[in-house]
Ligand binder design. Structure first.
Ligand code: IMP
Ligand code: MG
Length: 201
């Protein structure tokens, strides 16, 4: 099946405002001491860059790769984590930065991995969440937007390597369709901020 771009789900200016709000909340929570951002390539590249630039606290920024693997169309549900060199986060306060939490497997595996590397604390920031798709119950401490179960592209997110460079986040729909797969903007729930996050674990 062929796909084409659908409607704009979240416009660039709304993303920008939201990222600034998240950055301010993270700054407040992590004043006094360094925060280590660990961003998941490739989808979170722009989110991580914009978030880090909007933050004022003392931080470092690392990028890691996470890939689901398994035979056939169905992912095995296992996630492989890789990066060049070492992740020096022993005793560190770590914030995992991801583009979208879908099944929750990537965030779950990454969080476990970061804890295994000796992080003192691990929280998660995600630009998007699709709660309807969750397989693993993961907590998102700083969430941009909750969206319905639609495939989205833009602002770092891709379909077959394409569309990462779009400034807006858009849906993808079967080409030739008349609106299939397109969500009206009213379905998007900007998470009230601050949400009920706080020290956990
Ligand atoms: P999870 O492990 O199932 O939560 O998947 C998370 C990863 O799948 C995200 O970090 C994205 O890389 C990718 N993903 C999930 N949904 C979408 C989407 O709608 N568009 C683009 N990538 C997606
Ligand atoms: Mg990703």
């Amino acid at each position: 099946m062929a796909f084409e771009l659908g409607e704009v789900l979240i416009a660039a200016d709304a993303i920008e405002r939201r990222v600034r709000t998240l950055a301010a909340a993270i700054d407040r929570d992590y004043s006094g001491g360094r925060l280590h951002l660990v961003a998941v390539l490739k989808g979170a590249c722009f989110f991580a860059a914009d978030l880090a630039r909007a933050m004022r606290c003392d931080l470092s920024l690392e990028f890691v790769q996470a890939s689901s693997y398994g035979a056939g169309a169905e992912s095995s549900g296992q996630v492989a984590v890789s990066y060049g060199g070492e992740l020096d986060i022993d005793g560190a306060r770590v914030l995992l930065v991801d583009d979208i939490v879908d099944s929750g497997r990537t965030a779950g595996a990454m969080t476990a991995h970061l804890a295994q590397c000796g992080a003192e604390s691990v929280r998660t920031a995600a630009l998007l969440s699709k709660p309807d798709r969750r397989v693993l119950d993961v907590s998102i401490d700083y969430l941009g937007f909750e969206i319905p179960d639609r495939f989205v592209v833009g602002y770092g997110m891709d379909y077959a390597g394409r569309y990462r460079n779009l400034a807006d986040i858009r849906t993808l729909r079967a080409s030739g369709g008349s609106g299939n797969g397109v969500s009206p903007a009213s379905e998007i729930i900007p998470t009230p901020y601050p949400p009920a996050y706080g020290p956990r674990r």
